[in-house]
Design a protein around this ligand. Sequence first.
Ligand code: G1P
Length: 293
Amino acid sequence: MKPVRKAIFPVAGLGTRFLPATKTIPKEMLPIVDKPLIEYAVDEARAAGIEEFIFVTSRGKSAIEDHFDSNPELELTLQGRGKEAELAAVNATQLEPGQITAVRQMAPLGLGHAVWCARNLIGDEPFAVLLADDLIMSDRPTLVEMVEAYEEHGGSVVSLMEVPREQTSRYGVVDPGVINGHLVEIRGLVEKPDPAAAPSNLAIVGRYILQPEVMTYLGRGETGAGNEIQLTDSMLELVGQSPFHGLILNGRRFDCGSKVGFLEAGIGFGLRRADIRDDLRISITELLSNSGD
Ligand code: G1P
């Protein structure tokens, strides 16, 4: 069984929901507390043993690559001023030489198309996909647990969460077979089904480990829900060919693609930070007591 060494980060989106903030700044660079959204996903991938980080970008998104590069001028300045904690935080963002690659998605044709844009870099290895918008708060990084499931069962693994039935049309939804604890055998998948047609209320969270054959199916360029090339539709082709499992999320997922989800994440992660937790609690209480003004 081949190890999962490569990860794709689709980051080409325009971030229209966050305009005007995203007019010149990639959405993925907006911070949750003091770390850009994309860094949480990259850190999760690093924890899971990923060695090659592939960003599927678009015009105006080079800040993402720069963030994981070195910044000698800043590093020297921080060093000169004795700002050791800040220097450590900046150094921690750096990936090793040769670990970052960026490919362009030239047109917004869907998540499946974004993943397919990285096909030449993936070759014939299994790979992970991480959607930075799905920010996960958990004791153990989700992709670490998924890699463990992959090492045990092989094939493909996606992260799953239960959603209210009326929300199935926002997600990819799976048709579950045998459920064993957190591990769900997957018999089928459908992108954004109406609640009445949804095979379950188990929705896909933006974490995937996939077999490279999925690229062949994506290459057909067939469109699905929302007239986009959907990753879910090509994943369905893998079902039956090799093992396909879902792992029910052991944590909380924040939808940072929405304004409320983004704010929730800032508060949630802030409340976990020893340096600001107490002040933040006081502020929240005070703001809530005055929110009727
Ligand atoms: C994408 C996937 C969907 C998945 C979701 C998770 O949808 O297509 O299957 O459930 O991410 O966030 P999007 O949010 O891009 O519409």
